[in-house]
Ligand binder design. Structure first.
Ligand code: PMP
Length: 404
């Protein structure tokens, strides 16, 4: 059998998708003009699928900090921290993150994916138990696969199911529960207060992946654990720099004594090159912007509410309460593909999310809102959804606006 033969079914599905219009997995932007706009050829396209929650990718101070370090320290570190040593920025970023979260320790990874992969696969091992939400991100599932602990899934956002599954486990062995702050596909938040109570009762450890909630939830923007008032019950916070902070990289913070032993035990930390100093500098500056400008979060909240309300009023089925992730759920997969194509042709980019990457086999037009979106961009996006929805028969025709 040819080596790639095993992917024949995937190729077939992918080709079918391409035959239905643009290739959703190969959208190309010829130029990015701002956090919210790009050019595809000469077509101006509003970006509503970037996770650029605070719009910091074009922040002048973040760019300047990056350029400065690029010139001072070069393009990359050309190796891992255990082999090539740490740069000042790596340790500073770890201290800043620990300080922001009020924790004793911080550890920086080269991506958020690797942070989950490394932390989850290392914290629990043979004889231990890893208990994860069924709708967990691929990086959590892959961490489970790389590790040697027994893996147990509980029903999405169901603390009672979690309680039952924990009750069946023997007293021996460490138990690590993993949940996300805001789930990446539907935009729904975990019922963290209830989950923290179950965790405390069971004597387990709790890890929260705040990838989509850092800079979004909580008075200081630390995420869902802060917003729910349960930070003391959360043993490990994992996050990424690739969304709210506008760069790339990941982290884990914790108060656990001896946390630093992970630096010589966690393979996805040890055996990969460390972050380039320019990216570290931009990330440090983005964290500073997040900490010192709560107005960014307020704008994000207002924009999220406006976009959510506009789509809801039109009659679309949405995945969650107002959140920066607005999932427009379509019953029919082919219709979702056609819808996504027409939006792109109209000049609106959102993410097309299809099974198996989605919960409950749903087809989702996944939108992410940014603090940098203007009111006009939000209203234009809503109008584009309305026009395509009517054209494809997903929405009843809207009454004409009254004219004077
Ligand atoms: N966790 C969650 C919940 C995510 O959605 C993502 C990225 N989509 C990651 C982790 C991985 O982050 P990164 O892109 O920094 O690798």
């Amino acid at each position: 059998m040819a080596i790639l033969e095993k992917f024949a079914h995937l190729r077939g599905a992918y080709q079918e998708l391409r035959s239905q219009g643009s290739d959703p997995f190969a959208v190309r932007f010829d130029r990015i003009l701002s956090p919210t706009e790009g050019l595809r050829g000469s077509k101006r396209t509003i970006l509503f699928g970037t996770n650029n929650y605070l719009g910091l990718t074009f922040d002048a101070s973040c760019i300047e900090a990056g350029i400065d370090q690029l010139q001072q320290s070069g393009t990359g570190t050309t190796g891992s921290r255990i082999a090539n040593g740490s740069y000042d920025g790596h340790t500073r970023l770890e201290r800043e993150l620990a300080d922001y979260y009020g924790r004793a320790h911080g550890m920086v990874f080269t991506t958020g994916y690797q942070a989950n992969l490394g932390i989850i696969s290392t914290l629990v091992a043979k004889g231990d138990y890893l208990i994860i939400d069924a709708d967990s991100h691929a990086s959590i599932y892959d961490g489970a696969r790389l590790g040697t602990a027994q893996v147990i899934r509980f029903r999405h956002n169901d603390p009672e199911d979690l309680r039952k599954r924990l009750a069946r486990l023997p007293a021996t062995g460490s138990k690590l529960i993993v949940v996300e702050g805001i789930y990446s596909m539907l935009g729904d938040a975990a019922p963290l207060r209830e989950i923290a109570a179950v965790k405390a009762e069971a004597g387990a450890y709790l890890l929260v992946d705040e990838a989509h909630s850092l800079g979004v939830l909580g008075q200081k923007g630390r995420g869902l654990a802060e917003a729910a008032g349960v930070e003391d019950e959360v043993d490990f916070i994992v996050g990424t720099f690739s969304k709210t902070l506008g760069t790339i990289g990941g982290f884990c913070v914790s108060d656990l004594e001896d946390f630093d032993v992970l630096r010589v035990a966690c393979r996805p930390y040890m055996f990969t090159a460390s972050l380039p100093p320019s990216l570290v500098a931009s990330t440090l500056q983005a964290l500073k912007r997040l900490r010192t400008d709560p107005g960014l979060r307020a704008r994000l909240r207002a924009n999220s509410r406006r976009f959510h309300a506009g789509l809801e009023q039109l009659g679309f089925r949405l995945g969650s309460e107002p959140s920066p992730i607005v999932a427009v759920i379509q019953e029919d997969r082919d219709l979702a593909v056609a819808f996504w194509n027409r939006l792109l042709e109209s000049g609106l980019y959102v993410n097309l999310a299809l099974p198996p990457a989605t919960p409950n086999g749903s087809a989702i037009l996944r939108c992410s809102v940014s603090a940098a979106h203007s009111t006009q961009q939000i209203d234009t996006a809503i109008a584009m959804f309305a026009a395509v929805g009517e054209e494809l028969g997903v929405l009843a025709p809207q009454p004409m606006a009254a004219t004077g």
